[in-house]
Ligand binder design. Structure first.
Ligand SMILES: [Zn+2]
Length: 217
């Protein structure tokens, strides 16, 4: 059961092909598993179609929405599906990487602290985007931090609580500089998230800042 969804501006941006690569990968990785957001996208597509009639042709091609929807609906070509696993670190048993990561490459899991590993993800259309996978052990906490810009998180596996709410598999979270949080993985099992950080992550405390520097955040 998915409880947390991307806001309409992200869904609209995805439909219009308007999002930068990192934001697009995060949003698409949610939509591909969420029936509610797929329906919402279709509604926005209809609304967008009406809106497009009022826009200058140079702003958006009339078939941009249709093409994006077709791309979201289309299964991965066999060649891409076959190579996705090889270019991403091994997921835990029974978990698959989102199709949205199909074009991306990622480093092997790297140690950043006890029970914590991360992998830097490179999005070909937006190589500078700070996109990464976090793999945090059962009961572990991330350092308390806030953000200089937008932070997007898609839960791929397991569950965490960050003092505001519980986020489980399939849930999407958007935070910014108004949110100070400390995600803590539930004791029941490890958690893997796909994350995008638009600005700097601002950690409290020296050890946390060192970890932040290690991750290039
Ligand atoms: Zn959703």
């Amino acid at each position: 059961m998915i409880h947390h969804h991307p806001a309409d501006d992200l869904l609209l941006g995805l439909a219009a092909g308007d999002l930068t690569g990192g934001v697009s990968v995060l949003t698409a990785s949610h939509v591909e598993t969420c029936t509610y957001c797929r329906e919402r996208l279709r509604t926005l597509e209809i609304a967008g179609g009406l809106l497009l009639e009022d826009l200058a042709p140079a702003t958006l091609s009339a078939d941009a929405l249709a093409r994006t929807m077709a791309a979201i609906d289309a299964p991965l070509p066999p060649s891409a599906a076959a190579t996705t696993g090889a270019r991403l670190p091994p997921p835990p048993e029974g978990m698959k990487w989102p199709q949205a990561l199909g074009d991306c490459t990622a480093t092997a899991w790297r140690w950043i602290g006890p029970g914590m590993r991360w992998s830097r993800v490179t999005v070909p259309s937006d190589p500078a985007a700070k996109v990464f996978l976090l793999r945090i052990g059962a009961g572990r906490k991330l350092a308390m931090h806030t953000h200089a810009g937008m932070e997007l998180t898609q839960v791929l596996y397991g569950r965490f609580h960050d003092g505001r709410d519980l986020f489980g598999e399939g849930d999407f979270d958007e935070t910014d500089s108004t949110v100070h949080h400390q995600p803590e993985v539930l004791a029941s099992g490890e958690c893997i998230c796909l994350a995008y950080v638009g600005g700097e992550m601002v950690f409290k405390g020296m050890l946390a800042r060192t970890l932040g520097a290690l991750m290039g955040m």
